[in-house]
Ligand binder design. Structure first.
Ligand code: FAD
Length: 400
């Protein structure tokens, strides 16, 4: 009998989506004669990348990262090594890289740091409703057609000067699209990728070449990338990080011309420049107060400068991504296939474990990593391990 064990369910969720482009808020004071004190709030990939860039100019910037967690930095990059022989089977957050992004800086970094990156392997598409398993070549063709129709939708929106939710634009384009591929398959694949299915995805901002792909995996753990950024390469200085520093308030003191950054435990830090690199959800919930709290304000984000407020509230969106790793007694699937995927056949299962990554070929253990995207990734967090096992087995068996 095939039994399986749920290794862990990632509960990190949240992926920020660009409704429009946005960069972390940076206020740079004029004049750079002496090193400016910089505080970076949030020790995830974004915060660390900013800290690294500035730390590399020690004559100009003196940088410190304040990170809320007490035991680690990295945010949604988190390799839990107790599970892994190599690392990827302990990656609770990010694990894949897209080589379709021109000069992908993370891929470049893996080369510099000599971090092993391997191909996720061939993709196999199953359409249970059509009782069909497509060959690798056919699957490649289907995905190429999918990205063609997406590109057409993007171009049309741009021509019409009408940015709109990406899934809406694709669904409108699909009936007009001439293709030899079954359109129910194309429609059912949209929900397998959070960007293609999320109502907050911008049609204008989407670039099928850059924004769709997971063809490389960091087999020994994604945390090597963030550790490399933190420790620095060659003569670079390590980044200074303060853990357990939950930032609650950022004010500007006009007398000293400095920012004051207060943490939950009432510590105070001063800086000339503050970079805020926390998840959008934290800002929306008003967990960091900008300026002095205002009386009678119904929203704690109201303290933000108006421009940021608009960006946080209206211009950026949030999507959800989750994953589950399941270890079986033995690999009962074709182990030479890298990724199994299928179109969703009902609204109910849209985004739920449509794509499974075969880790057997990478870590030589019978482990599958299932991906859950879109709204269901949020509700999925309340599932028990037993529910995950049952549903996971059911949905994966459909593929085999
Ligand atoms: C399940 C899952 C799988 C993913 N897979 C991939 C993948 O394969 N490839 C890929 O490229 N991307 C992937 N992503 C996305 C990627 O992990 C994130 O985009 C990226 O790690 C986000 O980095 P960040 O620095 O913006 O935010 P975060 O990593 O969230 O970092 C923000 C940091 O801010 C800290 N913080 C929050 N509030 C405060 C406060 N008040 N004071 C101080 N610090 C605070 C947090 O503790 C955290 O460390 C995945 C995400 C998830 C959830």
């Amino acid at each position: 009998m095939r039994t399986c064990m749920v290794l862990h369910v990632l509960l990190l969720g949240l992926v920020n989506l660009a409704k429009t482009s946005a960069t972390p808020a940076v206020k740079v004071s004029p004049g750079l004669e002496t090193p400016k004190d910089v505080v970076v709030v949030g020790g995830g990939l974004a915060g660390m990348a900013a800290a690294r860039k500035l730390s590399n100019s020690p004559d100009k910037f003196s940088v410190k990262v304040l990170e809320a967690r007490k035991e680690r930095y990295g945010g949604r990059v988190y390799t839990k090594r107790e599970y892994g022989v190599r690392g990827v089977d302990g990656d609770l957050g990010s694990s894949f890289l897209n080589s379709g992004v021109p000069n992908n800086p993370l891929l470049e970094l893996t080369k510099t740091l000599e971090i092993a990156v391997e191909s996720t392997g061939s993709l196999q598409l199953h359409a249970p409703g059509l009782n069909k398993v497509y060959t690798a070549e056919e699957t490649k063709h289907i995905f190429s057609e999918l990205l063609t129709v997406v590109q057409m939708a993007v171009e049309k929106a741009k021509r019409n000067g009408n940015d709109r939710p990406l899934p809406e634009a694709i669904k409108e384009e699909l009936p007009l699209f001439k293709t030899d591929v079954d359109k129910t398959v194309l429609a059912g694949l949209l929900s397998s990728h959070y960007v293609l299915s999320d109502k907050d995805s911008s049609t204008y901002m989407f670039n099928p070449k850059k924004d769709f792909g997971w063809d490389k995996v960091v087999v020994d753990g994604f945390d090597q990338i963030i550790d490399g950024i933190v420790s620095g390469i060659d003569a670079e200085f390590p980044i200074v990080i303060e853990l357990q520093a939950i930032v609650r308030q950022i004010t500007f003191d006009k007398k000293t011309n400095k920012y004051k950054i207060r943490t939950f435990d009432r510590q105070q830090h001063e800086a000339d420049i503050v970079i805020v690199a926390v998840p959008l959800g934290i800002l929306r919930k008003g967990e960091i107060v900008f300026g002095e709290p205002q009386k009678n304000s119904s929203s704690s984000v109201a303290n933000m400068p108006q421009k940021w407020h608009d960006t946080v509230r209206n211009k950026l969106g949030i999507s959800y991504s989750n994953k589950v790793l399941v270890e079986f007694d033995e690999a009962f699937w074709p182990t030479d296939v890298g990724v199994f995927t299928r179109p969703a056949e009902s609204e109910e299962e849209a985004g739920l474990l449509q794509t499974w990554f075969n880790l057997h070929q990478l870590v030589n253990k019978p482990i599958l990593m299932g991906s859950i995207v879109g709204p269901i990734a949020k509700t999925f967090e309340s599932w028990s391990d037993d529910e995950v096992k049952v549903k996971g087995r059911e949905l994966f068996y459909i593929l085999t």
